[in-house]
Design a protein around this ligand. Structure first.
Ligand code: GLN
Length: 483
């Protein structure tokens, strides 16, 4: 089946004219119509827009002016601004909001001729770990429809897993690309902070947010990363570096690579099935010549608590703009203050409100030093500790998520337990490091993700290592029963 191909193979067949762009885009749209009612990945399917872009892609190919992925369709997390297409962040407050501009990544996709299939579900404003905080719908895990796809980019991860899109984009503030990739058995990559423009990504925690792709293989995420990364003057935190190159992806080998296993990231909370799959992967990599060393990164133990001060603090400031005047929902209220109050009371969901309150508290006079400043100090220590690790090792290896996909509803009453699941992914955001998750095995029929992290700016090296790890692990590319 055509929708089962990787993006690289699709591109090859499109560019050799074995397949047509409209035919491919239509195949995905048809599959979405058939399968997505069960999965719930998409908040919006842009059938006409996608077919229109497919025709343009075909003319690029016909005129010989195509890029590496021209004609390959893609799905976008619904916190990426799309010109003329509703962008809701899965929040009632943005219901009906139609951006008048494209995010930089979207502009680059369009320029390169990747038809955009639609907008995928997420936790409201990307705050969550299960996609259950969406104000609009549940997304189900294609491996077991009674389970969560993870979050917050659950819709994007499930879409690639269920063959509803060969590629998708998400955003990762504390793990929201890598964790759902892990739970859905696909590859998810968070580039170094600053390598992918955040312009047009609706901000959550600006010092942590980074857009990242999902694909079936490391090669696919490397190809799409090349397209969406690189300097952008419209984002003041964008690094003046070249796009991530996939040129040397298939070079190198695992032999002699030094990888660190931080004790703190294989801790008590790790599910035995996950631990076993990771151990088996480590054993396979040892056979290929990887040298593993157990180390300690003490600050990792404070990652979750620190993150849950910094991220809400930044969110409380970023979300101040949703006031009922400029975007989306406007509720009736007495005077200006009444209007703002009612709009925010009715427009934001529970999790978003709780983060705004925590963040406002942590930033308020008298508490700033005790919470926000302290959290920033811990963040600096964490960065220094990782810097030290990367001066000795090529990569850090650990589980992406301490548990496999959990049942929908299982953790909704236990927000603390849900937040602890971010334990392994938060460090990469705190340190700005690149991180990638790929499947390394199964427990009770559910995928287990392995995470690799590398030093900031070592994106190319990380992708190359992940490519070689993928070759060494037979279960790295897998297909859920629904496909
Ligand atoms: N689960 C984390 C949170 O709720 C991370 C979210 C994200 O990366 N967007 O904040």
């Amino acid at each position: 089946m055509l929708t089962h191909l990787t993006a690289a193979k699709l591109a090859q067949r499109l560019h050799s004219r074995e397949l047509g762009c409209v035919e491919v885009t239509r195949a995905y749209l048809d599959r979405i119509a058939e399968v997505d009612p069960k999965v719930g990945s998409f908040l919006l399917v842009d059938r006409d827009g996608a077919l229109d872009q497919a025709e343009k892609a075909q003319s690029l190919i016909d005129s010989g002016e195509h890029g590496a992925l021209t004609g390959v369709p893609i799905a976008l997390k619904d916190n990426l601004s799309t010109d003329g297409v509703e962008t809701t962040c899965a929040s009632k407050i943005l219901k009906g909001y139609v951006p008048p501009f494209d995010a930089t990544v979207v502009e680059r996709l369009k320029a390169s001729g990747l038809p955009i299939l639609g907008k995928t579900n997420l936790d409201e404003f990307a705050m969550g770990t299960s996609t259950e905080n969406s104000a609009f719908q549940l997304t189900k895990n294609p491996w077991d429809l009674s389970r969560s796809p993870g979050g917050s980019s659950g819709g994007s991860a499930a879409a690639v897993s269920a063959d509803l899109a060969p590629l998708s984009l998400g955003s990762d503030t504390g793990g929201s690309v890598r964790q759902p990739a892990s739970l859905c058995g696909v590859v998810g990559f968070k580039p170094t902070y600053g390598r992918c423009s955040r312009y047009g990504l609706i901000a959550f925690g600006s010092s942590l947010d980074q857009i990242g792709p999902f694909g079936k293989t490391v090669e696919d995420v490397a190809l799409i990363s090349e397209l969406i990364t690189g300097n952008d003057p419209l984002d003041s935190t964008s690094l003046p570096t070249a796009p991530i190159s996939s040129r040397d992806l298939k070079q190198g080998s695992l032999k002699g690579l030094k990888m660190a296993l931080p004790r703190e990231l294989f801790g008590e909370g790790t599910d035995p099935g996950v631990a076993e799959a990771i151990q088996l992967a480590i054993a396979a990599l040892v056979k290929e010549g990887v040298e593993f060393t157990e180390i300690s990164i003490p600050s990792v133990a404070f990652g979750v608590t620190t993150y849950y001060i910094i991220a809400p603090a930044e969110a409380s400031s970023n979300l101040a703009r949703f006031d009922g005047v400029r975007f989306g929902l406007r509720s009736e209220g007495q005077g200006h203050v009444g209007l703002v109050e009612r709009t925010r009371a009715e427009g934001f969901g529970h999790e978003v409100k709780s983060r705004i309150m925590i963040g406002t508290y942590a930033l308020s006079a008298g508490y700033y030093d005790a919470y926000y400043l302290k959290a920033q100090q811990v963040r600096t220590i964490m960065q220094q500790e990782f810097q030290q690790v990367f001066s000795e090792f090529d990569a850090v290896l650990c589980p992406t998520s301490p548990v496999p996909a959990f049942k929908l509803g299982e953790l909704t009453q236990d927000p603390m337990a849900l937040k602890l699941l971010d334990y392994c992914t938060i460090p990469a955001n705190m340190g700005g490091m690149p991180g990638i998750s790929l499947n390394c095995g199964f427990t009770n029929g559910l995928p287990v993700g392995l995470q690799l992290m590398a030093a900031p700016l070592a994106d190319e090296k990380l992708l190359q290592m992940a490519f070689n790890v993928e070759q060494a692990l037979p279960s790295a590319t897998c297909t859920p029963p629904i496909a």
